[in-house]
Write a protein that binds this ligand. Structure first.
Ligand code: GDP
Ligand code: IMO
Ligand code: MG
Length: 430
């Protein structure tokens, strides 16, 4: 019996980050992909970094869905932004490690391309903001989504026609160079060079371009198991996250339906992925951030350094109001609680159960107003630690109690518990 059957058979499952990203989505997707037919990445771009460890071998992927490691068909949806250089590099790397991508990776023609000026603008804008910077990954994500919304973006399908591609590059570069030179005082791009580079990307990527909406629809009609893989996490969602310290797309589960052009009623289950604690990269409020040396301790034990940028991840204790919010806005039907092993050495483990607001009241719910969130204080409940290594198929009593505490507080079952980096290091709870 496969792991998906043990979890209850559902054809279309969304896997969504329930915190600020890096929850271990890649590992959980890789695990569930064993029993899936199609894995679909629905938003974001090379800002994502998913680490997957199989039989001691480590894969770090950013653009291709995590199902590729197990040789499953993988689709990149319209809601994604694609940096061709990164994608091609990743396809080459996977192929060089003996993993097939041709005929397995399907790239939506409606996805938008990250152009070199997007990367340049992202960096320049952050530099100019100084202390007020968002702390982006500087991969051109915000500027690429901005051009999409302004309707001057260049799409993957533009790679299919060299004439159209050149025209669109010419149109964009004229405007972008003015911004780069006059506003940010950095070097402009050369039309011939960019056109030549993107034409060579086009030749490589053309075979991968497909109608991913039709692909998913056919798979679901066929009764196939389809996984939708989110990047980033709920609190980085453009509409519902901690704006402006967010990414520029919709990581929440509904983003899967939008990206693949399927009705939301086609989605059967939403698996939220949360660490047993919390991390956040970049700027922005973080009520349950650990004060004192325990933060460093969790960072070291959890290896909390960014996959994409190598930056230190800020570490916090588990935040239940934020997780309750994730359950609400995603419609989470069950949770995967990863990295519980990282907490094994602590004698006591605080959990943020409520926020104390500036007006003196307390709330279990995520504040709707940014000022309340920026100024709230965590209210802790301290649970006993287990202080033993987690081995075998059973959680130590105190770890099981920790999991039950989370389930009871959220009213959602925890179906998977991560106890190590490797694919097998997961316990399935009844
Ligand atoms: P993603 O972006 O959500 O896919 O997460 P990342 O891959 O960026 O970060 C999660 C990190 O934790 C990776 O290094 C994983 O290999 C690792 N990881 C995932 N689950 C577990 C777990 O249960 N225990 C431990 N110790 N590490 C884990
Ligand atoms: P995965 O998929 C953690 C954060 C950045 C920054 C903000 C905006 O690995 O979970 P962006 O480059 O998207 O404009 O940056 O979002 N961020 C992530 N944090 N995990 C990620 O992806 C992230 N992708 C972006 O640090 O605070
Ligand atoms: Mg990550």
């Amino acid at each position: 019996m496969g792991i998906r059957d043990r979890l209850a058979h559902v054809p279309a499952t969304v896997i969504v980050g329930a915190q600020w990203g890096d929850e271990g989505k890649g590992k959980i997707v890789d695990l569930l992909a064993q029993d899936s037919d199609l894995v679909c990445r629905y938003q974001g771009g090379p800002n994502a970094g998913h680490t997957i460890v199989v039989d001691g071998e480590t894969f770090k992927i950013r653009a291709v869905p995590s199902g590729i490691i197990t040789g499953k068909a993988c689709a990149i949806g319209a809601g994604c932004v694609v940096d061709p250089q990164v994608l091609i590099g990743e396809l080459d790397d996977l192929e060089s490690r003996g993993l097939r991508t041709a005929g397995l990776v399907f790239l939506s023609g409606n996805a938008h391309l990250i152009m070199p000026w997007h990367v340049a603008l992202d960096g320049a804008r952050e530099r100019k903001l100084g202390n007020l910077q968002i702390g982006t990954t500087r991969r051109g994500i915000g500027p690429a989504y901005a051009d999409k919304a302004t309707r001057i973006g260049i799409r993957v399908q533009d790679l299919l026609d060299p004439k159209i591609l050149r025209q669109k590059i010419e149109l964009a570069i004229t405007e972008k160079n003015v911004w780069l030179e006059r506003v940010y005082e950095i070097a402009p791009f050369d039309l011939e060079e960019v056109a030549h580079t993107y034409e060579s990307y086009a030749q490589r990527l053309r075979p991968y371009i497909a109608d991913t909406s039709l692909l998913v629809d056919r798979a679901l009609r066929n009764g196939d198991n389809v996984l939708f893989e989110g990047a980033q996490g709920t609190l980085l969602d453009l509409d519902h996250g901690t704006y402006p310290f967010v990414t520029s797309s919709s990581p929440i589960a509904a983003g899967a339906a939008v990206s693949f052009g399927i009705g939301p009623n086609r989605i059967d289950a939403v698996l939220g992925v949360s660490k047993a604690y919390v991390t956040r990269v970049g700027e922005g409020p973080f009520p349950s951030e650990i004060q004192g040396e325990d933060q460093e301790c969790v960072r070291e034990l959890g290896g909390e350094f960014g996959t994409v940028t190598g930056r230190e991840r800020r570490c916090g204790w588990l935040d239940l109001p934020a997780l309750r919010f994730a359950v609400r806005v995603n419609g989470i039907t069950s949770l995967a609680l990863t990295k519980i092993d990282v907490l094994s050495s602590f004698a006591e483990i605080p959990i943020c159960v409520r926020y104390a607001l500036p007006d003196g009241t307390e709330t279990e719910d995520f504040p709707a107003h940014q000022s309340d969130f920026h100024h709230c204080r965590p209210v802790w409940e301290v649970l006993p630690g287990w202080q033993e290594e987690i081995v075998g198929n059973e959680l130590p009593d105190a770890a099981a109690a920790y999991v039950r505490f989370v389930e009871d507080a959220l009213g959602v079952p925890v179906s998977l518990v991560g106890i190590g980096q490797g694919r097998e290091a997961v316990l399935t709870l009844p």
